[in-house]
Design a protein around this ligand. Structure first.
Ligand code: ADP
Ligand code: ADP
Ligand code: MG
Length: 652
């Protein structure tokens, strides 16, 4: 085992990407440590690369060609003179062979010894070990014999309902809840095949399924012999065994239960000579409140966890700083009695995913990304970055802190409302609905909460008339400071129709322009008055929300983000604009070119003129075959909406 000397590193390499790479770099920087990034093809221009002092390209976009290539990562560290490697989470962070290779190359691994990772790597062996160390484990079968008949008999003996788990499992994969004996055989088959596919190991264990389960985990920190704990996190808000919102401390936690869980977690860490940051996960029976005898060891994660910021918020400790100091050989930075909890903290995981479509991971270029003040936002992407299909679609973690749970939760709710993402669908509205859920607000959490209320939580918000009106004004570039149509006669009321598409549905609007500071917009039979007062737009007297325009896509930052597409009015020439013999300007603009000559025969679809409007050029096409009878404009003319540009002689 290679360990530091107590002198802080000059330079480290971060073997990860995205938010965690950026997160680690921030703390390293603050300690005066230089950072080397590694990156794949897809991440050439990624935020973590831009942030680093140096960056090394290590291979293709697929993780197997880059972030999982331990050999290339080690070569990059040696070549750049890095002394230590921080693995982040995921990828190689819990791979004991990688740890050994790092150490064999004379580098320090910022994390636990390979032996500790190996001991905790398989859930069954980890449970046996913890049991011996006096840590309560969930009653169940953790044996090597994997005979289906034996497993079924063990399930009977444990008592239904039971949980089948892949011993090599993670991220909720290879797990099956079985309610009745007659469903056991089929559940076993499907758990095994999923585990074989995901982990290359089909072995399972069987556990008592805890009723009204709560997931409470303890943050631990070791120096290789001694360990301390940094209290608990409650991660009970889960969807399909995956964490969605986490908090610290756990609602309803008592001093007795916290002491009992803390002692068990420290025992669990010390039993394996743990060094660095780790998490001991417990399953808790929440049916009768929290009791010191109602928790059981589930697994140990031998890395920094995604949700570590809530612990940082309530303890005031920078866990990455601790990781670096302990890896450098400094010893534990604090004693147990020096540690305390201040206030309450929440973290919500913001993902690019399509919630109404079953939480499907989404991709896209983030045309706009902004986080509100008053919350910590850990992100690995910036406006302009791509959410690619190669990696986890997490956009950010939004973390709030407050003196009480109620205040921290209100701050989370406000922070989610103030988060602005354009360019991809997100789970923001879902997170917002959770933050406003009464049961959650009351601290009545268990892992079934989301599942029970899923229908209510995934409802997509229907846009109000104001949002559609604002999208129309933004799409027509009418929100900008200078009147965009100045230079030609406008200030007699100008009326035009336009269409927007939201969530696949068309919305027809009428826009009546009174001045550059005043428009009335008719949406679904309701008139919305848009007025600019002292440079600020107001809709029916209320301040207008923020808006981002990316080509024809307009995102209004209300109701967690509403995306509209402006229907190209020119796609409707002839159909929506009446007389097929007249080519009219569908909106005000500048005639860029005229291609039609009087007397010329034209075919349907021929380009007759080009109009520049809404910062784009639009071709005006012949709506039918015919002969040009009259050209009414020339290049350079400013025209208003509805102006006739070319008249055709059409055979009828
Ligand atoms: P648990 O293992 O208890 O579910 P987490 O929720 O912290 O713990 O993480 C889930 C798993 O997915 C972990 O193995 C973690 O390393 C990985 N993971 C989560 N988010 C990301 C991400 N953005 N990038 C890479 N890996 C991730
Ligand atoms: P993973 O490695 O996939 O994170 P875990 O063993 O940590 O697997 O379990 C993931 C989640 O499954 C837990 O957070 C909890 O919601 C649920 N779970 C696990 N074990 C039990 C159990 N015995 N009873 C009830 N729920 C459980
Ligand atoms: Mg887990």
């Amino acid at each position: 085992m290679k360990q530091g000397t107590g002198r802080m590193f000059e330079r480290i390499l971060v073997a990860n990407r995205g938010e965690i790479a950026c997160r680690v770099m921030r703390s390293a920087r603050a300690l005066g440590v230089e950072v080397v990034a590694v990156h794949s093809d897809a991440d050439r221009d990624a935020a973590h690369v831009a942030m680093a002092d140096r960056a090394v390209h290590i291979g293709g976009s697929a993780p197997a060609e880059s972030y999982l290539r331990g050999d290339r990562i080690i070569a990059a560290a040696l070549e750049t003179g890095a002394e230590a490697v921080h693995p982040g989470y995921g990828f190689l962070s819990e791979n004991p062979d990688f740890v050994e290779a790092v150490e064999a190359a004379g580098l320090v691994f910022i994390g636990p010894p390979a032996s500790a990772i190996r001991a905790m790597g398989l859930k069954d062996a980890a449970k046996r070990l913890k049991q011996e160390a006096g840590v309560p484990v969930v009653p169940g079968y953790h044996g090597a014999d994997q005979d289906a008949g034996l497993l079924a008999r063990e399930a009977e003996a444990i008592g239904y309902p039971v949980l089948i788990k892949a011993v090599a499992g993670g991220g909720g994969k290879g797990m099956r809840l079985v309610e009745r004996p007659r469903d056991f055989a089929e559940a076993l088959d499907s758990a095994r095949s999923e585990a074989r596919g995901a982990f290359g190991n089909a072995d399972v264990l069987i556990e008592k399924y805890v009723q009204k389960p709560r997931h409470i985990e303890l943050q631990v920190f070791g120096d290789g012999s001694r360990a301390v704990h940094l209290f608990e996190r409650d991660c009970s808000l889960q969807r399909r065994h995956q964490k969605v919102i986490e908090e610290a401390p756990a609602p309803g936690m008592t001093p007795e239960m916290r002491d009992a869980m803390g002692d068990a977690a420290v025992r669990a860490a010390e039993a394996i000579g743990y060094r660095g940051a780790g998490t001991v996960e417990f399953i808790v029976d929440g049916s009768g409140g929290l009791r010191p005898d109602g928790f059981w060891f589930m697994e140990m994660n031998t890395r920094l966890q995604v949700e570590h910021p809530v612990t940082e918020a309530v303890t005031g400790i920078d866990l990455v700083e601790w990781q670096l100091r302990v890896a450098a050989g400094e010893g534990l930075p604090a004693r147990q009695e020096d540690l305390a909890i201040t206030g309450h903290s929440f973290e919500a995981r913001l993902y690019a995913e399509d919630v109404p479509k079953g939480f499907l991971p989404a991709t896209g270029r983030l045309s706009h990304l902004a986080f509100p003040a008053g919350a910590r936002a850990d992100s690995g992407v910036r406006a302009g970055d791509e959410i690619s299909p190669f990696y986890d679609p997490m956009i950010a973690k939004i973390i709030t802190h407050g003196p009480s749970r109620a205040v921290a939760l209100r701050r989370l709710s406000r922070a989610l409302e103030g988060t602005q993402v354009a360019g991809t669908v997100t789970n923001l509205a879902f997170l917002g609905a959770l933050a406003r859920h009464e049961g959650f607000a009351a601290g009545d959490v268990d892992t079934g909460l989301i599942g029970r209320d899923i229908d209510r939580l995934v409802v997509a918000p229907a846009p109000g008339a104001e949002a559609a009106a604002l999208a129309a004004l933004a799409g027509l570039s009418l929100l900008e400071a200078a009147p965009p149509e100045a230079g030609f006669v406008l200030w007699q009321p100008l009326e035009r129709g336009l269409r927007l598409v939201h969530a696949g549905e068309e919305i027809a609007l009428r826009l009546r322009t009174l001045s550059s500071d005043a428009h009335d917009i008719l949406v679904d039979g309701v008139w919305v008055a848009a007025r600019r007062v002292a440079g600020q737009w107001r809709l029916d007297g209320q301040p207008a929300p923020g808006v981002a325009v990316d080509g024809r896509v307009i995102t209004v930052f209300a109701q967690y983000g509403l995306s509209f597409e402006l229907v190209d009015p020119l796609a409707r020439v002839g159909a929506a604009w009446g007389d097929p013999a007249l080519v009219e300007a569908p909106m005000p603009g500048l005639v860029k070119a005229v291609h039609a000559r009087a007397g010329q025969a034209v075919a349907k679809g021929d380009r007759l003129a080009v109009l520049e409007a809404m910062k784009m050029e639009h071709s005006l096409l012949a709506a039918s075959d015919g002969v040009v009878a009259e050209v009414l404009v020339q290049a350079g003319d400013q025209v208003s909406a509805g102006a006739a540009l070319v008249r055709l002689e059409v055979e009828t």
